[in-house]
Design a protein around this ligand. Structure first.
Ligand code: NAD
Ligand code: AKB
Length: 337
C-alpha cells in the first residue's frame, strides 16, 4: 500500500496550531494532517484533514504510521504551565509520554523512509528556573545553557523532552550493529506568545493577552502578577515564522538543536500602559496570586537569541510598538466589534 505523504501537526486546535495551519497551508505542497483532542475551527477545515484524538492513544498512532509517510511533525500538543501544576501526573503523561510516543513514530518512519523525519518541538522559557529575583535581575538575558533548573512540572517536562529529542536525533540505538537513520530534531524556546485571534488558557504568561482581550471587550481585568513582573513576549505571527524558518534551515547551518527566540520584554505595568493607550476605558487592577507569581519570578526577563540570529537568520518582525500598533490592537479591536 502507498502511504500518503503529509505533515503532521499535533495540538493543532490550540493557539499556535491554528496560526500555523493558516501559514503552512499557503507555503507547503504537502497535505496537512492535524490531531487534537478538540475540533478545529470550521474555517480551517478546508486547509487540513483533522482527526480528533489523543496523542496517548497508541492504537491511533499505529494507524497513522501505517497510513501516512510524515515528512515533518510539528508536535504542539501539551498541557501548559499553570494547568500542569494542578494535574502534574497528567501533565507528565501528556507532555512526556505523549512526546515520547511521537518520537517513536518519527524514529520508525525515518528508518522506513531511509530519510530523517523533521521533528519540530516548541519548548519554553519554563525550561529555566532562577532561584531569586536578585538573580533574575543579575542574569537578565539568559543563554540556552544557563539556569536550566525549572521549578514547574511543565518546565521539567520541556527540558527533558528537549534532551530526549537530542537523544533520538543523535544517539538512538547507538549500540546496534547497523546505524539507523535518525529523526531530525529542532526545538525553539518560546517566550509568552500573544495572539490577536485566540485567547490563551492554562498558561502562566496568560495575564498579558488576557488583559488585552478583556480590555477590548470592555471587561475589567484583575492581573494575577505584580506590576513590576517582567517577562519576554512575542506576537504570534513571529512565533509561526520562527517555527517555519527553523524547520527550513539547512542542517549544516545549525550549531544547536534547541534555540532561544524572543521579541520584546515588558513589565505587567508596561503591558497595562499599552492596553490603556489603546483602550482608555479599560479597568486593570493588580491582585497577585503569590503562587503563580512565584513561577513568573523564576522565569527569565530576557532570552539571549544570538545563536538563532547567527545560525538561521532569526529576527522578529514585531518589536513592542509594532506588535501592539499594527498587529494586536487593530485585529483585536475588529474581532470584538
Ligand atoms: P494550547 O493550549 O492553545 O494548545 C495545545 C493543544 O494541545 C490544545 O488544543 C489541546 O487540546 C491539545 N492537547 C492537549 N493534550 C492533548 C492530547 N493528549 N492529545 C491531543 N491533543 C492534546 O497551547 P499553544 O499555546 O498552542 O501551545 C502549543 C505548544 O507550544 C505547546 O507545546 C506549548 O507548550 C508551546 N509553547 C506555547 C507558548 C505560548 O505562550 N502559547 C510558549 C512556549 C511554548
Ligand atoms: C505558559 O505560560 O505555560 C506558556 C509558556 C511560556 O510556555 N505560555
Amino acid at each position: 500500500m502507498m502511504r500518503k505523504k503529509a505533515i503532521l501537526i499535533t495540538g493543532a486546535s490550540g493557539e499556535i496550531g491554528q496560526a500555523l495551519i493558516n501559514s503552512l497551508a499557503q507555503t507547503s505542497s504537502l497535505p496537512l494532517l492535524t490531531l487534537d483532542l478538540h475540533a478545529i475551527p470550521p474555517e480551517l477545515l478546508r486547509l487540513c484533514t483533522h482527526m480528533s484524538g489523543d496523542i496517548l492513544d497508541h492504537k491511533l498512532l499505529a494507524r497513522l504510521v501505517t497510513e501516512y509517510d510524515f515528512e515533518m511533525i510539528f508536535h504542539l500538543a501539551a498541557l501548559l504551565s499553570t494547568r500542569s501544576e494542578f494535574s502534574p501526573e497528567l501533565a507528565h503523561q501528556v507532555n512526556v509520554d505523549g512526546t515520547l510516543a511521537l518520537f517513536q513514530v518519527a524514529a520508525e518512519q525515518s528508518q522506513r523512509r531511509g530519510k530523517p523525519v523533521s521533528f519540530i518541538f516548541p519548548s519554553s522559557i519554563a525550561a529555566y528556573g532562577l532561584p531569586t529575583l536578585a538573580m533574575k535581575a543579575r542574569d537578565r538575558r539568559v543563554k540556552e545553557w544557563q539556569w536550566n533548573n525549572p521549578t514547574t512540572m511543565y518546565g521539567c517536562n520541556k527540558l527533558y523532552c528537549e534532551q530526549l529529542g537530542i537523544y533520538y536525533s543523535k544517539h538512538y540505538q547507538q549500540l546496534s550493529a547497523s546505524k539507523p537513520v535518525m529523526l531530525d530534531f529542532r526545538s525553539l524556546r518560546f517566550p509568552g506568545l500573544i495572539s490577536a485571534y485566540t485567547v490563551p488558557s492554562g498558561g502562566t504568561t496568560d495575564y498579558g493577552p488576557e488583559m488585552l482581550h478583556a480590555a477590548a471587550q470592555g471587561r475589567p481585568y484583575a492581573c494575577f502578577v505584580r506590576e513590576d513582573s517582567e517577562l519576554p513576549f512575542m506576537a504570534m505571527p513571529d512565533a509561526v515564522t520562527a517555527l517555519l524558518q527553523l524547520a527550513a534551515a539547512p542542517a549544516e547551518s545549525l550549531s544547536r538543536s534547541v534555540y532561544n527566540v524572543t521579541s520584546f520584554t515588558l513589565s505587567a505595568a508596561d503591558f497595562r500602559d499599552q492596553v490603556m493607550g489603546a483602550f482608555p476605558e479599560a479597568e486593570v487592577t493588580f491582585e497577585p496570586d503569590w503562587q503563580r507569581q512565584g513561577i513568573v519570578d523564576s522565569w527569565p526577563a530576557e532570552l539571549d537569541d544570538t545563536a538563532a540570529r547567527q545560525d538561521w537568520g532569526w529576527a522578529p518582525a514585531y518589536g513592542l510598538q509594532r506588535a501592539f500598533d499594527e498587529y494586536l490592537v487593530p485585529n483585536i479591536h475588529e474581532r470584538y466589534q
